[in-house]
Design a protein around this ligand. Structure first.
Ligand code: ADP
Ligand code: MG
Length: 322
């Protein structure tokens, strides 16, 4: 169990990492509505409820074992991953650093199951009345690992990390309704809309929603929809630059620089444009397996992709500038 706790640290750094893994699982389970509730920045309480496909009793027990995933059928799949999670590490890591309760029901069953895990072990599992979908409650993160608990920041900082990750996931999945409730108060809310601009408005506010312009591109292996701010709307940092590759939030410093270069005649280098860029690419052309939290990816034909994006922005620059 020590090894498991050490390994858990790679995936589970703080409450927001737990929220990320749980919500991504809900997305993989085809949910259309996800409700996230946290208390004390997520340090004492995290609850994620979804209306997805749910889990059978045996699957609940299995899911919390290390390297158990229902998402990889064979090793080739690793190279064309489309689902959010794939390592089968998240749930087993979460139970090794906190106490977990899960309630889940599939639509094929009239009752659900409730399981409680303590100290990394299954305490009990029993039938319970439940809606179709899954609810996971995580309590007292790192209470069994004092050294790690010491590294947590203030509750309000942890809250910000959670809000940030939920914003990214919600922006990347505009068709799913996502709510974040913080200490009993609604903090973020999207309705689930096919219009990305609605979700951008709901999450990033009116000023950004009004100051961005759409550039679209479509080819066989690559298409993108990018909302780029005009030169009157910018930030002093890159925190409002959102890149999604196949709906997954990723950070790509080089691409950010490539995009900013297109603004260089309009904005000084310390002023960063805002963008929300959705790239859809043949999964065979990316390597998502380079980092355990999957926030970084590698485009296999990096320079080709960067130049397509740069050229499209250049070509449409009069659409972007005010
Ligand atoms: P991974 O997502 O990498 O497969 P996880 O540890 O995150 O690994 O989850 C293990 C398994 O538990 C998943 O493969 C999935 O089958 C199941 N699972 C987890 N969360 C949910 C959920 N919200 N709804 C349905 N199934 C889930
Ligand atoms: Mg997962």
């Amino acid at each position: 169990n020590t090894i498991r706790k050490i390994a858990a640290g790679e995936v589970i750094e703080r409450p927001s990492s737990i929220v990320k893994e749980l919500v991504e699982n809900s997305i993989d389970a085809n949910s259309s509505q996800i409700i996230i509730e946290i208390k004390d920045g997520g340090t004492t309480y995290i609850r994620v409820t979804d209306d997805g496909i749910g889990m059978e009793k045996e699957d609940i027990i299995l899911a919390f074992e290390r390297h158990s995933t229902s998402k990889l059928k064979n090793i080739e799949d690793l190279y064309k991953i489309v689902s959010m999670g794939f390592r089968g590490e998240a749930l087993s890591s979460i139970v090794s650093v906190s106490n977990v309760e899960i309630i889940s029901r599939t639509k094929e069953n009239s009752v659900g199951n409730k399981a409680v895990f303590e100290d990394g072990k299954l305490k009990f599992i029993e039938p319970i009345g439940a809606n179709v979908g899954t609810t996971i409650i995580v309590k007292d993160v790192f209470s069994n690992i004092p050294v790690r608990k010491k590294f947590l920041k203030t509750n309000s900082t942890e809250e910000r990390y959670v809000a940030d990750i939920v914003t990214k996931i919600a922006l990347g999945n505009p068709s799913i309704s996502i709510k974040l409730i913080r200490d009993g108060k609604l903090a973020l809310n999207t309705n689930g809309s096919s219009e990305e601009t609605n979700v951008i408005y709901q999450l990033l506010g009116k000023d950004i929603a009004k100051g961005i312009n759409l550039i679209e591109f479509e080819d066989d292996d690559l298409s993108f929809k990018g909302y780029f701010s005009n030169n009157n709307i910018y930030r002093s940092n890159r925190n409002s630059q959102y890149l999604f590759v196949n709906n997954r939030y990723v950070y790509d410093y080089k691409l950010a620089k490539v995009i900013e270069e297109q603004y260089s005649s309009m904005l000084p280098i310390n002023k960063h444009p805002i963008f929300i860029l959705y790239i859809n690419i043949n999964p065979a052309l990316i390597d998502v397996n380079i980092h355990p939290t999957k926030q970084e990816i590698k485009f296999i034909e990096e320079n080709k992709i960067y130049s397509i994006i740069a050229n499209q922005i250049k070509k449409n620059i009069n659409k972007i500038v005010n």
